[in-house]
Design a protein around this ligand. Structure first.
Ligand code: 2M8
Length: 659
């Protein structure tokens, strides 16, 4: 039998570490190569015997250097260097793959390989090469526009020939580049532009070169329109008494989603906000635990549904209610703490707070009683989904260490594949482990003490504990409003704060890390979730400065504000994936927290950039579950409730001139 031909592509991205060196800069060519290759894999190379591996260049430089590869991005085809130091030429690459596979459909006609941008644009005197995510490009285009200059714009992220032109003209892929009457200007050089274009000092309409130009701005009328659209999303997802995260993949009531959703309702229909929270707490177990899903009895084919959770094994589920058996971050007290301030009917607000306060307290008590096995004032989670950040890179190591597998891992995998077909969902990677963890919970009858002794996944999370710390502070405020003794809440908040600073802060790196109790070690992954303590006011002023310094890099797009908002994972990491669920995309809820956090530590302008960018994302692309940090493309579920609810919150504050 002849061996089937296959092609292995390997992209060495400018990332990684070697001895004490660690790459902390982004390389535009690498980012663009990565995006283009991913796109090829899902388009032209879909269902072809071609695989793509992305590896960190610095970890592997000694392997590739022997094969002649010096400059990242390096692309190898079946181990041989195909291109380096630049974005690979795609028509040539496809032809090469076509030749290896004997697949003529991939071989590109000669004409296409030599396609030149100039042919289509020769009429035009001014050509601008740009990328939509680059702030200097946006400023340049705005400058030309406001001075009435006509130009042809060429987006290098879309056009191969535009990239070739830029490289030919400047020797490398750099943007923006302007070509005026044969002269080449790199970057936004206002003086040269002005001279070449003959704009007089009196007529010139300057665009100030400062970060304020990057911040999107809206009139009140525009804000009101976006607000209305956001309300429509919530209306669309509303059922009797509660709201689905989205009406396709998420037809049930989800714990922290309902918290965020209630924050949106509070601004225009407080009764609805109270009903949402009441519906959620209908599912509270007798020990105070609040499940992450309360199942919609009218929708039976969700996976994993009630049959898989066996929550009844606990003997703690309220009768007639079907729930899952894990929880989610306790955002609720924070989301509704402003009820009295926002509800025009103060009496109604007070009576709601009175009704909900004991339930919230019982929930927080649950965490301290059952989820703090070492009595350290740090609560732990027992499943990645409990964190709310399902497949974040944070869980890679602890999940990989689990060797057991569950009885129904296979069926779970098949069902997940069906769901994955419908959208960008976590695919197969850790399904076995997810299912094993669920099985271990119900086999232990949700006896939290036993679980803390034999469960393979017990993590003290930065995000979870920061959210709990803030919720304790807000529960304290609520207690004061109701005339109750608030001291227990402030004491607890203080204890969590001290514990987070003591155990989860890494002084050398200037960043907070999760702690894996099972393996007794920190999980050193640079996700945006490490910065959640800012929101809860956990670091003191000096520590806050250190944390902000770590955050202010290109890797989270803060140095240049050159993304659409803050990505969920460090973009300098080799396994960053801008379109994949919790492993890179921009999430509105996380950005909402980060914006408030950094404002408290003096970064008002950056905070405004984040908040306005979130509104701009919703305005331009719609209310998606998450977004690509570079292009802003909406991903996952469309018309997603928490995106709409938190955009309502941001707009409402702007219209009231808060902050
Ligand atoms: C995602 O999680 C669920 C599992 O609970 C899922 O993948 O089906 C997460 O993004 C989670 O944070 C969110 O609450 C849920 C519903 O929006 O979806």
């Amino acid at each position: 039998m002849t061996k089937k031909k296959a092609v292995e592509l390997t992209l060495y991205r400018y990332a990684g570490k070697y001895l004490f060196f660690r790459i902390k800069k982004r390389c535009k060519e690498c980012d663009i190569s990565y995006v283009i290759l991913q796109r090829l894999m899902t388009e032209q190379l879909h269902r072809k015997p071609v695989s793509l591996r992305i590896v960190p260049w610095l970890d592997n430089f000694w392997k590739i250097i022997w094969r002649g590869g010096w400059h990242a991005p390096i692309l190898t085809v079946n181990g041989k260097v195909f291109s380096q130091g630049r974005v690979p030429e795609i028509p040539k690459l496809l032809s090469k793959i076509g030749e290896i596979l004997n697949d003529t459909s991939l071989i590109q006609p000669g004409e296409m390989q030599t396609e030149k941008a100039t042919s289509a644009y020769k009429e035009s005197e001014i050509i601008v090469y740009f990328s939509p995510a680059c702030p200097h490009c946006r400023q340049l285009l705005e400058y030309l526009g406001s001075n009435g200059i006509k130009y042809s714009g060429r987006d290098v992220t879309i056009s191969e020939s535009a990239r070739q032109d830029v490289e030919r003209l400047t020797g490398r892929l750099t943007i923006p580049v302007v070509v005026i009457k044969g002269e080449i200007i790199k970057g936004f050089d206002r003086k040269r532009l002005k001279n070449l274009l003959g704009i007089s000092a009196d007529d010139e309409k300057p665009v100030k070169l400062d970060s304020r130009n990057i911040i999107p701005h809206f009139t009140d009328t525009q804000l009101s329109e976006i607000y209305q659209k956001a309300k429509n999303v919530l209306e669309k997802n509303q059922l009797k008494g509660w709201t689905m995260p989205s009406n396709r993949l998420y037809p049930h009531l989800w714990n922290w989603d309902s918290g965020f959703i209630s924050r949106g309702y509070l601004h225009y229909d407080p009764e609805r906000a109270y009903t949402e929270i009441r519906s959620l707490f209908r599912g509270q177990w007798s020990d105070g635990f609040l499940p992450h899903i309360i199942f919609n009895p009218e929708y039976t084919h969700h996976f994993p549904g009630p049959d898989y959770w066996n929550a009844d094994n606990s003997g703690k589920v309220p009768s007639g209610i079907f729930t899952s058996g894990i929880s989610q971050p306790p955002v609720h007290a924070t989301m509704i703490v402003d009820s009295v301030k926002l509800d025009p009917n103060k009496e109604r607000a007070l009576s709601f707070l009175k009704e909900i306060y004991p339930k919230l307290k019982k929930l927080h008590d649950f965490y301290f009683t059952w989820r703090d096995p070492e009595a350290e004032n740090l609560v732990s989670i027992v499943h990645p989904w409990e964190s709310g950040l399902d497949n974040a890179p944070l869980w890679d190591e602890p999940l990989a260490a689990i060797t057991d597998t569950s009885e129904w891992a296979l069926s779970m995998q098949e069902k997940y594949d069906e769901i994955a077909e419908q959208g960008e969902r976590p695919k197969r990677t850790y399904i076995e482990k997810y299912s094993y963890l669920i099985e271990n919970l119900y086999k232990n009858n949700y006896d939290w003490k036993k679980i803390s002794e034999n469960h393979p996944f017990i993590i003290q999370g930065v995000l979870f504990n920061s959210i709990l710390c803030k919720s304790e502070l807000d529960l304290g405020k609520m207690a004061e409003t109701l005339g109750y003794d608030a001291s227990i809440h402030y004491e607890r908040a203080d204890k969590i704060k001290t514990a987070i600073n003591k155990k989860l802060f890494d002084e050398t790196e200037g960043i907070y890390y999760n702690f894996d109790l099972k393996h007794q070690k920190h999980i050193k992954r640079d996700t945006i979730f490490s910065y959640m303590p800012l929101f809860a006011g956990i670091p003191d002023k000096d520590m806050g400065e250190v944390v902000l310094d770590t955050l202010r890099t290109h890797c989270f797009c803060i140095a240049d504000m050159d993304c659409v908002a803050i990505p969920s994972y460090d973009m300098c990491q080799v396994d960053f994936e801008g379109e994949f669920y919790w492993r890179g995309p921009v999430w509105v809820n996380i950005n909402w927290y980060i914006a408030q956090g950094i404002r408290q530590y003096g970064e008002a302008e950056l905070s405004e950039w984040i908040e306005n960018s979130l509104i701009a994302l919703a305005d331009r692309y719609g209310f998606y579950e998450y977004y690509d940090p570079d292009s802003g493309k909406g991903l996952g579920e469309k018309d997603f409730s928490w995106t709409a609810a938190l955009v309502i919150d941001l707009i409402a504050k702007k219209l009231r001139n808060e902050n």
